[in-house]
Design a protein around this ligand. Structure first.
Ligand code: BGC
Length: 720
């Protein structure tokens, strides 16, 4: 049936329920039983149970097919349910958390991972994911930075596009819809505290935070989810400036906007609205179409219509957007999508998917330090795998959907299967509990370390300690873990510290204790195999940090592309009065954005700029020769940065504008080229318009964000 004709048949109540998303557990229950639990509390009218729009958090092909069957059988309008879920970094096969995956700087890999997640989720009956999360994250205290691509806007834009294209594919079998979230400013809450308010100038909002969502819109993302906190005084879920003026009117987004969990009701808790009726008005006015879990819309739309506060056209527009989404997802033709019980058995966690998970964990790993310790020789006889993450299956990070814990490979398991003939000792030592004070647990671990040829010391955060609502004021490792590191490194110099974390940690007081540090983030299902292969040289680490690691919490938020300022201290070792710096800390981070070592070595030479002038009509090329001067085949991520020397608004000290990942054999050399044109120079100017200003721009190419300029060019708007 034509969607408009369908809309015409719907009563007002049915329209309102078509704007509602509920928890799936209200289905497959006895329909004669009264509604209890959250739905009762939320004043859910049972008569319209079979007219709701969508369910979230429902797993399994069998269950989802059964729910859809029951629903369609009993529904009057027979508009299929859309099944939505947070498929954030994998469905059953879990790949690294996004902060890690982005560290691969690998566009193709991101698309491959998201397509794999879509395939697994779709055969289990999921139609749409609440991902990708595209909140540019500059503050390690904020636990949700683990879901993000880190501190850089350009990198996040690139990953946004690849994720949307990966999830949504060609829209056919094995694909799911994607949602950009959380637009905008959610990642910059005061003091890094989740859900707290953000204050962001309009120019920063437009230049730093908004572009990744725009990139997702340009890639055809189907759904948008607002930030659940308050930005510049207005909560994200009632923010008509961001959701209507920018997202819809400026960018032309015509998909569905879904509230975050209970966030329309929260407009009241924020003190932005007096009651749920007013909250409904604000959310409708901000163009939010679907309400997740709270039930302001179904209980207040009619009242607002009667008061003449909203129009029927507004309601119809929201309903039509949802119907169009369902049409796009193909649900009217096939309400089950790719759900298939038999196929799901074959596809979920299949060997090909596990291979992608392993490869992505390897590509995401960042070698932070290596003083000749790694790689370990695979001929080594006695290995000690030590620490609270040594034999821990909980290394997948927050958001794991249908993952099965027993399918995760621990470090111990990975090392055992790689080195079947070695003697492998294992002792956990302390726990991951941040309150753990029992140092005596470390004794046995230290003794084992002493007896081994090499030590793999697996420390870090509990996977439950980063993610939503897990903000931290302290970013150091707990003191029991620090004690373990100190003692183990004293008894065995061949110690490699393997870090599992959802955020940059403060490693200042442990980094000098060990000869090697490998950051795995939370690597997912195949984490243990990836660690073993990396440590024993089956492949070289090649990831680069997507967020700076601070030296101490007082530096947060810390990011490489900060604005230029007068009197900025540039020499960390000299303390000069009236310079912008700390009296008790250097300005620089411990490990900067873009940083990461390799087992091999890369030499950069022949830096060239094809011309020293650029006009709006042409482009110039920056190039560099990169040579693998080490003994191993390895990958390198070559980074291009540009600095606008003078602007109508003060410009960042440099900005990432391009990157290329190359693989080189020992002694092999490649020339990497970056095309620079006017688009790369555009920014949000003082009058808030977007464009490039004439002037001089410095060009940098290097291994990380500390690289220095090698040349500059003059940009002029006129064509020569
Ligand atoms: C989170 C969202 C998530 C939603 C549904 C909220 O608490 O902020 O990111 O998509 O829950 O699970």
């Amino acid at each position: 049936m034509e969607l408009l004709a369908l809309l015409g048949k719907m009563s007002l109540a049915e329209k309102c329920y078509q704007l509602q998303q509920v928890n799936s557990n209200i289905f497959m229950a006895d329909e004669n039983m009264p509604i209890t639990g959250p739905e009762f509390y939320l004043q859910f009218d049972k008569r319209y149970k079979y007219e709701v729009a969508s369910v979230y958090n429902s797993y399994g092909a069998e269950r989802n097919i059964a729910i859809q069957n029951e629903f369609l059988e009993k529904s009057k309008n027979k508009i299929p349910l859309a099944f939505m879920l947070d498929v954030i970094h994998g469905y059953r096969t879990i790949y690294p958390i996004n902060l890690g995956l982005a560290s691969s700087f690998d566009r193709k890999l991101v698309r491959e991972c998201t397509a794999m997640a879509a395939k697994e989720a779709s055969v289990d009956g999921i139609h749409l994911t609440f991902a990708p999360m595209l909140d540019v994250s500059r503050d390690a205290r904020w636990g949700r930075c683990m879901e993000s691509c880190g501190e850089d806007t350009y990198l996040t834009c690139e990953m946004a596009r690849e994720s949307v294209l990966g999830f949504q594919g060609d829209g056919g079998k094995y694909t799911i819809g994607a949602s950009l979230k959380h637009i905008a400013g959610y990642s910059a809450p005061m003091s890094g505290k989740d859900y707290d308010s953000s204050d962001i100038s309009e120019s920063s909002l437009r230049e730093v935070y908004l572009p990744p969502y725009r990139s997702a819109v340009d890639a055809g993302v189907m759904v948008a989810m607002p930030a659940q906190n308050v930005i510049n005084g207005v909560p994200g879920n009632g923010n008509s400036f961001i959701l209507k003026d920018i997202l819809r009117n400026e960018w032309g987004f015509d998909g569905v906007c879904i509230s975050d969990y209970g966030s329309i009701e929260n407009l009241v808790s924020h003190g932005f609205c007096e009651n749920k009726k007013e909250a409904t008005y604000e959310a409708m006015n901000a163009n939010i179409d679907m309400e997740m879990v709270s039930t302001c819309y179904i209980n207040n739309i009619e009242k607002l219509l009667n008061d003449g506060k909203i129009t029927m056209e507004q309601v119809d527009t929201a309903v039509m957007r949802i119907l169009r989404l369902k049409e796009k997802l193909g649900l009217f033709e096939n309400p089950y999508g790719s759900a298939d019980v038999e196929e799901s058995k074959r596809i979920l966690a299949c060997p090909e998917h596990r291979e992608i998970a392993r490869r992505s964990a390897e590509e995401s790993a960042v070698l932070l330090k290596n003083e000749g310790v790694l790689p370990f020789s695979p001929k080594i006889k006695k290995v000690a795998v030590i620490g609270p993450h040594a034999d821990n299956k909980k290394i997948v990070g927050s958001w794991w959907c249908a993952y099965k814990q027993d399918e995760t490979v621990t470090v111990l398991e990975g090392v055992k299967s790689l080195l079947p003939n070695a003697e492998i000792l294992c002792e956990k030592g302390c726990t991951l509990d941040i309150e753990d004070k029992d140092y005596s647990q470390n004794d046995k671990a230290v003794a084992l370390s002493k007896a081994a040829d090499v030590v793999i010391l697996c420390v870090g955060e509990d996977q439950a300690d980063s993610g939503e609502s897990n903000s931290k004021a302290k970013l150091t490792l707990p003191s029991v873990q620090k004690e373990l590191i100190k003692r183990v490194s004293e008894v065995n110099k061949n110690t490699a510290l393997v870090l599992f974390t959802g955020r940059p940690l403060v490693l200042t007081d442990v980094e000098d204790k060990v000869g090697a540090i490998l950051n795995m983030y939370f690597p997912g299902t195949e984490g243990g195999n990836a660690v073993a292969r990396l440590l024993f040289g089956k492949c070289s680490p090649c990831g680069k940090l997507t967020m700076s690691f601070p030296r101490n919490e007082g530096q947060c938020p810390i990011y490489y592309n900060h604005h230029r300022t007068a009197n900025l201290r540039t020499d960390d070792n000299k303390r000069i009065l009236y310079e912008s710096g700390y009296i008790d800390s250097p300005n620089s981070p411990l490990y900067p954005f873009g940083y990461g070592l390799s087992y091999s070595n890369f030499e950069y030479s022949d830096f060239k700029l094809s011309d020293n002038t650029l006009t709006s009509k042409d482009s110039i090329v920056a190039s560099v020769k990169v040579k693998n001067t080490g003994n191993l085949k390895a990958k390198e991520i070559v980074q291009l940065y540009i600095r606008d020397l003078v602007g109508s608004l003060v410009r960042p000290i440099k900005e990432l504008k391009g990157f290329e990942k190359i693989e080189l054999l020992p002694n092999e050399e490649k020339t990497v080229e970056f095309v620079i044109d006017e688009n790369m120079l555009k920014f949000v100017k003082r009058d808030l318009t977007y464009g490039a200003e004439e002037g001089v721009f410095q060009v940098f190419i290097g291994k990380d964000s500390r690289c220095q300029p090698f040349d500059q060019f003059k940009f002029t708007n006129k064509s020569c």
